[in-house]
Design a protein around this ligand. Structure first.
Ligand code: PEP
Length: 249
């Protein structure tokens, strides 16, 4: 399968104040000195999107949100619309992260509606899927992930720029990772499901691996067949660590 250019995206989760933007300045300065072989993105908390986008304007680092509402506007206290992220300078948005699927009961149908809203606003969604430890131990990982892909990806994604992130729930923030064979097996299943759902529109968009990607395992993971990039949590908070992962892509 022809692969598009890899994408290494950082998810800051609920971390970062204005002072953390120093890390972005460091990252930007380092990337100005070296041509990165991959696309690079950072997804900070909503409060930092506009400031980070201003720092990154015209450079190689794209900026994204971590979630958006499916509705375009309205009485939804505390939520953020895709158009607001776009207006603040974001070009991407993470959707269906397991911390939202589990913590807020987000269903595949809701993730699909959010992805439609993101595309309508001109954002590229990164749609997360992944099995729990109990599901993996029951031998259900491939089937669970296939179901999530089929039911979370709107048909509107065909012909659009987007990514799917395979993030085993048990690997996020734990230091545990699947074997490279397990990653390849699930990524092949994700690719098959993307094509089943979107036809050729699902053939080339990158499939990112996420879950305890660190400088010391990034090269092996990123050179595994069908791995089109990484979604990185903890190791994206420090420019020095994130740069090592970017260089491994
Ligand atoms: C994530 O939150 O998407 C993630 C992969 O986190 P970590 O890299 O810290 O496991």
């Amino acid at each position: 399968m022809k692969q598009s250019v890899k994408l290494v995206a950082g998810n800051w989760k609920m971390n970062g104040l204005g002072a953390s933007l120093d890390e972005v300045e460091t990252l930007k300065a380092a990337l100005a000195e070296e041509a990165s072989a991959c696309r690079v993105a950072l997804c900070p908390p909503a409060t930092l999107v506009e400031r980070m986008a201003a720092i990154c304007a015209g450079g190689p680092v794209e900026v994204g949100g971590q979630d958006c509402r499916a509705e375009a506007s309205g009485a939804f206290t505390g939520d953020i619309a895709a158009s607001m992220l776009k207006d603040a300078g974001a070009t991407l948005v993470i959707l269906g992260h397991s911390e939202r699927r589990q913590g807020y009961g987000e269903t595949n149908a809701l993730v699909l509606a959010k992805a439609e809203a993101a595309v309508a606003a001109g954002l590229s969604p990164i749609i997360c899927v992944g099995e729990t430890l109990a599901q993996r131990e029951a031998g259900q990982a491939v089937e669970v992930v296939r179901e999530q892909v089929i039911h979370s990806l709107p048909l509107a994604l065909a012909g659009q720029a987007f990514a799917v992130a395979y993030e085993p729930v048990w690997a996020i923030g734990t230091g545990l990772t699947p074997t490279l064979e397990q990653i390849e097996e699930v990524h092949r299943a994700v690719r098959a499901a993307m094509i089943e759902r979107l036809g050729l529109g699902g053939a080339e968009q990158p499939i990112l691996y996420g879950g305890s990607v660190k400088p010391d395992n990034a090269r092996d993971i990123l050179s595994t067949p069908e791995v089109g990039g990484a979604l990185v949590g903890g190791a994206s908070l420090k420019a020095a660590d994130f740069l090592q992962i970017i260089r491994a892509a």
